[in-house]
Write a protein that binds this ligand. Sequence first.
Ligand SMILES: [Zn+2]
Length: 511
Amino acid sequence: MPHSSSLILYNAHIHTLDPDRPHASALVVVDGRIVAIGDHTVIHAYQDKAPNVLDAQGATVIPGFIDTHVHFTITGLGLLAVDVFGADSMAEVLERIATGAAERPVDGLVVASKFQPELLPEARFPTPLELDAAAAGRPVYVMEAGGHWSAVNQAALALLDLHDSIPGQQFDESGQFNGILSDEANTVAFTKLWQRYSDAIGVERAFDEAAAEAVRGGVTTLHALDDMQDIRALLSYGDRLPVRVVPYTQSKDVAAVKALGVGQIGGCGQVMVNGDFGPHTAALLEPYDDDPSTTGKLYYSDAELDAYVLESHLAGLQVGLHCVGSAAVEQLLNAYEAALTRHPRPDHRHRIEHFELPAPGQAERAKRLGLILAMQPSFNHFWPHHSEYPEVVGEERALRVDPVKSVLDAGLHVAYGSDSPVTPMNSLLWMHSAVNHSNPAERISAERALRLCTETGSWFSFEEQDKGTLAVGKLGDFVLLDSDPLATPSQKIKDIGVLKTVVGGLVVYGS
Ligand SMILES: [Zn+2]
């Protein structure tokens, strides 16, 4: 999609986030960029240059949202899979899988996404036999909402070719495989089964679905954290999408990433530093409270991570890696410090993704190293600190999960995102979550949250000259909202609706 249209917008309540002109009521976009912004008189000189005129009817306008952490392909594939989100019993989960299987091609793999076992009264995964019954014996893959566990039946297991030495295959008391995969076995399932589903559906269809979902949420730029094959497809297809995409390749093959001609490497998937709390694969400096025999799991040795970070750094790439627990943060800080000490690079903007449970002092150390944090405040909305965390990591550490305000107090640069499909690409929900954090000590103001959803997001990908605020010379990327998030009671920010999303002067949603 050529993001270079022309548009006159007037009768708007614009928060520009530009300190030189914080408020305006009209702006003009010519060939994709803002050429004038101010009150209604600025539009007069452009009436023949921008034939499209949009009366905002008093709507609030803000810079387009920037989602700095999206798994783009999986988001699209997930929208095309069986959605079991919000099911209130195991029976309903199985019923949705049965209906979904019947609607999809016979014999093919059945994929169910956004499964949340902790919210079911049964609090468990479906068994292989239950999945066989629901899908008439076809292979079934059920991915947990966070992506760090999954359930499969025997037919899906057979597609994985997992040998016994791969960790994460779980067994019941009698030694029978119980269908649950975590750790490396889950990563194998994630990679192989989504790939199979993608081949069946067509990855471009998944891109279209995910892009449509993004612009519905007011997102005008997203950072796509995807595997090599998908990034390749995205690089050739991206211009046709309504949303702008910045690729972060999830690959350990630094030379191959460099050869793509992109500037970033990293993400989650195969390059994660650790896992997540539920399966006890988030790596902590102190043991888990509900299983003191473990401190979680680091996915690299120190030497492996040091070498990967150093090679990426020397290749001139910006690095960002999934890092949840304090031991993973420590390992990544050490790797960044080693690379930056030997080969200093000004303004590297290396990232840490998530930073959910750092130990005291790690935020300050990250700041000293010039690192920046891609965080997802809506984790706290769906999994507040008082939910399972006190049981899993204890009361004291639970209070420190998703430290939205502490990291800003430490002086760190932070930008927001969804980790979609883990949480939705709905920036108003990120704002809402940061403003209404379940731990009152971690709440921030709506204005500050808005900047982290827009302005700092542009800086994260070295695009602050083009995006993040509304000013002359910047791209015409903005969103019309049905209420002003800076004047809405904090409890209602998540209910604000996106009326229109505009990218490069082109209305891509709500036309
Ligand atoms: Zn992620």
